[in-house]
Write a protein that binds this ligand. Structure first.
Ligand code: NCD
Ligand code: ZN
Length: 376
């Protein structure tokens, strides 16, 4: 197969950051995806509807004012096509929507103090599509996260009542639990009790990385789904260490053994609607990754759909890419599917080493190496 045309995809888990970083990374996502679920782990975190709406406004502004970055990839020309409409069925009256066809879907950051009122406000804003649970200390900017799920009863009950999904970073933080086991242990300690206590709460098990998580989601009721990143489909934990340590392959949840990667590929390509695309593209400046204590997060937005295409092709399952990337997430979130299409061509191209991010730089996944599909 030399090319593949699919309905324009959505990214159901994305870090856009703010300020100069937002300006730098947003075009990469907007070029490929119609919509993205925007993670709320800013500093300070997006804990209220008012903060989420203000952040959404900054994203729309960035879409509007973003110059077409000199494009080392040679495939971003469509970024400013006038009148190109996204087609999510939602109103696209704000500046930026028409020209980029990209819609940010906002989330709230759950804390021990999130009130039921705040949840209702979020739901009725129509702009907030989920609430993110970061166990305190689990990952980047999670220190204001949840210390004890027991403190979130009011918020979780309200979410269940109004139909606002819970997006879970599913890793325990106990220092006596091995980093490679943190997801698996979270299932028994927290996921199972959560489902029992809130049987009709929509739960998205974010960026699953283990066979245990894939099995859990597959056998859970229909209100439970999962996102899968491209990097966890393409790499295993050896990729952090082969020939020396690779800080740009460090993310959370951490890359796992090959058997887990294979289980994720199987889940993503199974045609099971519970598994859908979420890049978890997480930009960090080069100097904070290449450091004595480097940040967790991989930047993949520059080639997201191409990387997924590679993973699906390797599994001989390109025919399953469209539903995974463009249908199942929208269905689970109760949003209309997109209607425009994108085309990917089987062409090898070399990923540039870095991208300017304000005064800093960002190292791209596969920097200096080839990717074998290209969005045209
Ligand atoms: C994310 C980030 O940098 O915000 N990092 C990561 O390794 N994935 C946070 C997260 O999703 O865990
Ligand atoms: Zn993330």
């Amino acid at each position: 197969m030399n090319s593949i045309t699919i309905i324009r995809p959505d990214d159901w888990h994305l870090h856009l950051r703010d300020g100069a970083a937002l300006q730098a990374v947003l075009p990469d996502t907007a070029r490929q995806f119609a919509r993205a679920i925007i993670m709320p782990n800013l500093r300070p975190p997006v804990t209220t509807t008012a903060l989420a709406i203000a952040y959404r406004q900054r994203i729309l502004e960035a879409l509007k004012i973003n110059p077409v970055r000199p494009d080392p990839f040679g495939h971003a020309q469509d970024r400013l096509v006038e009148g190109q409409s996204g087609s999510t069925g939602s109103p696209r009256t704000e500046a930026g929507f028409e020209s980029y066809g990209f819609e940010p879907l906002m989330t709230l950051y759950l804390t021990d103090n999130t009130s039921a009122d705040e949840i209702k406000k979020a739901k009725f804003s129509g702009m907030i599509h989920g609430v993110k649970l970061y166990p305190a200390g689990a990952t980047t900017n999670s220190d204001m996260g949840v210390s004890d799920l027991g403190k979130c009863t009011a918020a979780l009950e309200a979410m269940q009542a109004v139909g606002l999904p819970l997006l879970v970073h599913a890793e325990v933080t106990d220092s006596d639990v091995d980093i490679f086991d943190r997801e698996k242990v979270f299932i028994d300690r927290h996921m199972v009790p959560l489902l029992q206590r809130y049987p009709s709460l929509k739960i998205i098990f974010e960026h699953i990385t283990t066979k245990e998580a894939a099995d859990f989601v597959a056998s859970a009721p229909s209100n439970v789904a999962a996102t899968i990143t491209a990097h966890h489909l393409l790499m295993n934990r050896n990729d952090m260490f082969t020939g020396g340590i690779h800080p740009h392959h460090y993310c959370l949840p951490i890359l796992k053994r090959e058997e887990h990667r294979l289980a994720l590929v199987k889940a993503a390509t199974s045609g099971n609607a519970k598994f859908f695309l979420g890049t978890d593209s997480a930009p960090h400046a080069k100097n904070t990754k290449e450091a004595a204590c480097g940040c967790a997060g991989m930047y993949t937005a520059h080639a997201a759909i191409e990387l997924y295409a590679e993973a699906f092709e390797a599994a001989d399952a390109l025919d399953k890419l469209e539903a995974f990337a463009s249908f199942y997430g929208a269905d689970f979130y109760g949003l209309p599917r997109n209607t425009e299409q994108i085309t990917l061509q089987k062409t090898s191209w070399t990923v540039p080493n870095e991208l300017a991010m304000g005064n800093e730089s960002l190292v791209l996944l596969r920097a200096g190496q080839q990717i074998h599909w290209k969005l045209i």
